[in-house]
Design a protein around this ligand. Structure first.
Ligand code: ATP
Length: 212
């Protein structure tokens, strides 16, 4: 059984930090968040919306962070409700900090806010090999254990040498936000790929070239 938060004060809290662009959040993201929290017996699992995912925005524009956060927040609330728990938390920490998003800063503020919590930073296997390209990778390595979630199409991707990491098997869902955006644009089905609240939000706000 996963440990209950705050029951044993002598044991530090275990907090998962799952960052992403979430443009938009899809069911592959939710599967990772639930599965990693369960398998690693985390007390908290934060889904952290990147304010400025600079490694992407150097090539392409992304939806405003506040909009990505609203979609994620609604989807997380619905997912928690159907799970009958408060397993997942939508975090706007990086949006409140502003500027380019560096996970090293996020981990540093969580470390100071949470009084010795054990931090786990979650990434898909498609980006694991590029962790050394993050800002201040040594700080990321020092502050958290890296968790690699296998991603269909990129399984086997691992962090570079020197990164303490664990691999978590998650249900292989071949879903990407890029494909989801294209589907909205081309009026193709999205119902099995994203939560209903995201579909509703995208259509009512006309995101990604969608129409009602
Ligand atoms: P895009 O297609 O716009 O690049 P994405 O689907 O990769 O987006 P992100 O928000 O960029 O979504 O991803 C956040 C994190 O989730 C990354 O660590 C990524 O590797 C991981 N991830 C996203 N989708 C999956 C998936 N289907 N399976 C495993 N990991 C995933």
């Amino acid at each position: 059984m996963p440990r209950l938060p705050g029951v044993d004060r002598a044991t530090p809290q275990r907090i998962g930090v799952f960052g992403g662009t979430f443009d938009p959040l899809h069911l592959g993201h939710l599967a990772i968040a639930f599965e990693v929290r369960y398998q690693l017996e985390l007390d908290r699992m934060l889904l952290v919306v990147a304010n400025d995912p600079w490694q992407k925005t150097v090539f392409t524009s992304v939806t405003p962070a506040s909009v990505r956060f609203e979609m994620l927040e609604a989807a997380v609330a619905a997912a928690n409700e159907s799970a009958g728990s408060t397993a997942l938390e939508a975090s706007d920490l990086e949006i409140r900090r502003g500027g380019e998003t560096y996970t090293a800063d996020t981990l540093a503020s969580l470390a100071s806010e949470t009084d010795g919590a054990e931090l786990f930073v979650v990434v898909g296997s498609d980006i694991a090999a590029s962790l050394d390209t993050w800002e201040r990778p040594d700080e990321v390595r020092k502050l958290a254990t890296t968790v690699v979630a296998e991603r269909a199409g990129s399984s086997g991707g691992r962090p570079p040498q020197g990164w303490d990491h664990v691999v978590v098997a998650v249900p292989a869902l071949e879903i990407s936000s890029t494909d989801v955006r294209n589907r909205f644009r081309n009026v193709r089905p999205t119902e099995a790929l994203v939560p209903p609240s995201v579909i509703e939000y995208v259509r009512s706000h006309g995101l990604y070239g969608s129409t009602r």
